[in-house]
Design a binder for this molecule. Sequence first.
Ligand SMILES: [Ca+2]
Ligand SMILES: [Ca+2]
Ligand SMILES: [Ca+2]
Length: 219
Amino acid sequence: MSHLKRVCCGLAPALAIALLGAVLVPDAALTQVVICEVLADPTSDWDGDGVVNFRTDEWVEVYNGGAETVDLAAYWLRDGTGDAVHLNLSGSLASGEVAVFYGSDAIAWQELHDLGSSGLSLNNSGDLVQLLQTVDGQDELVIADEIVYLDHEADDDRASGLVLASGDWALFDGLNPYNGELPPLGTGCLPTPGVVNDCDGQVAVEADTWSRVKATYRD
Ligand SMILES: [Ca+2]
Ligand SMILES: [Ca+2]
Ligand SMILES: [Ca+2]
C-alpha cells in the first residue's frame, strides 16, 4: 500500500514542525499497537470525574499485540474529521496489555499545547479513528491502525472493539442492547475500558440475558 495522507492542520507551530509531512501506511512490523475498543457516545461517567459529559467521557482503548513493551509517547489519535491530531498518548504499554484514553485526557493535552478543547471528537453518527505513530528519523506520522465505526455502534454507552480470540470487531452493547441486523451485531457484552476485551461471541442478546446484565451492572 502506498497512498499518502497529510497531517497539516490544527497543530501548534512546534508540533507542526515536528509532525508535518506525509502519513504513510505502515508495514506489518509497525502495527503492534492497535485500536481495540471505542466508546463514542457516553451517557455514563466513564472517566470517573463525577460528571457525565458527552466530550470528556468518550474513550479509545489501545492494545499492544507485540512482544515488547511500547512507549506510547510515539502514538497519536485523531478522528476522521479534519487532519488535526487530538491526543499524544503517554505511558508505557506491556505486551498483551491495554490502555484507555478519555476525552478528558485529550482536552488536557490540547489545552497544554494551545490546541483548543475538542477532545477526541468521536462522532455519534459514525466516524474513522486513526492511531498514528512517529517513527525515528522521520518527520512523518505513520498510520499504525485505523478503524471505522457505524452509527449504531455509537449509541448511548455502546462500545465496539476487537475480540482478540477471533480477530473480529464486535459490538459491546450490554448497557444498551442493539437488536438490529447491521454488523457488528449485538453481543450483550459490556464495554471494558482499561481491561483486555473478553466477549465470547457475536450473538444477539436475549431478553433474559439483558435482564441479568442489568442486574449485574446495578450491583
Ligand atoms: Ca461523541
Ligand atoms: Ca466524566
Ligand atoms: Ca477493553
